[in-house]
Ligand binder design. Structure first.
Ligand code: CTP
Ligand code: CA
Length: 224
């Protein structure tokens, strides 16, 4: 009589989550990457697992531990992340939280680039990486619910709406990263959930709280 019945509305649902940065090699010792601690994505994966979901987390290199109750595939590049995500389809939902590097060096040098005496700096030719979220949003085995994230420094809602449309997502979790010392690497987040039916603003809260609330919202959407 003292036990609270477990609240596990996501039992039987499979959800793919991406988290962390991707890392794009320049040569064997150097890379280009995005700023991302993985805190928000990992917290979401853990929160979904607590609600009973089978969670497949695809993570770039981060310094935090694998979340409990979640199977994790560790990747480095955007291309590896895309391949790992698509291997996990079909799924009931996808939540793409990773800070994917938009560009990579066109061809990685096989040897360490050396400084030349009196020589200048190398010029890097970049090419665009595949868009993993858009790939999932337009996939033949598209999950019923596709959620993306957007960190913006200006025109938050207009940019989020454009991403929603272009990437075939159902929701974009948008956060304003224009202020100093904020979201990046921090423990708190202030988000708006942008969907076709409007914008839902959530008060500022911890990344854990955002994760728990988002997991509940996902459970509700998948329960309909
Ligand atoms: N994303 C992705 N693959 C990429 C780039 C982004 O899956 N190559 C996903 C991110 O995980 C996030 C969403 O798309 O869920 C938005 O990422 P963002 O960087 O804000 O969008 P971009 O389309 O890259 O636009 P920009 O960086 O120019 O604002
Ligand atoms: Ca980007």
């Amino acid at each position: 009589a003292f036990f609270k019945p477990a609240h596990r509305p996501l039992v039987g649902k499979t959800i793919v989550v991406t988290s962390g940065p991707t890392v794009e090699p320049i040569d064997p010792v150097r890379y280009i990457a995005n700023r991302s601690s993985g805190k928000q994505g990992h917290a979401i994966a853990a929160a979904l697992a607590r609600l009973g979901a089978t969670v497949r987390l695809v993570s770039g290199p981060v310094s935090i531990p694998d979340p409990e109750g979640v199977s994790v595939v560790h990747v480095e590049t955007a291309r590896e992340m895309k391949q790992a995500v698509e291997k996990h389809l079909p799924a009931d939902a996808a939540v793409m939280v990773a800070a994917v590097a938009d560009w990579r060096v066109e061809s990685e040098w096989g040897q360490k680039l050396k400084k030349q005496p009196g020589g200048g700096a190398p010029t890097l030719r970049m090419v665009e990486n595949p868009d993993i979220l858009a790939g999932v949003g337009h996939h033949a085995e598209r999950p019923r619910l596709v959620v993306g994230f957007a960190a913006e420094t200006q025109d938050l809602l207009a940019n989020a709406r454009k991403k929603l449309e272009k990437k075939g997502a159902d929701w974009i979790v948008a956060n304003d990263v224009s202020h100093e010392g904020g979201v990046m690497g921090g423990d708190r987040n202030h988000v708006r959930i942008v969907s076709k039916s409007g914008v839902e603003e959530w008060p500022e809260m911890t990344k854990e709280e955002v994760a728990a609330r988002l997991a509940e919202k996902i459970a509700e959407a998948l329960g309909e």
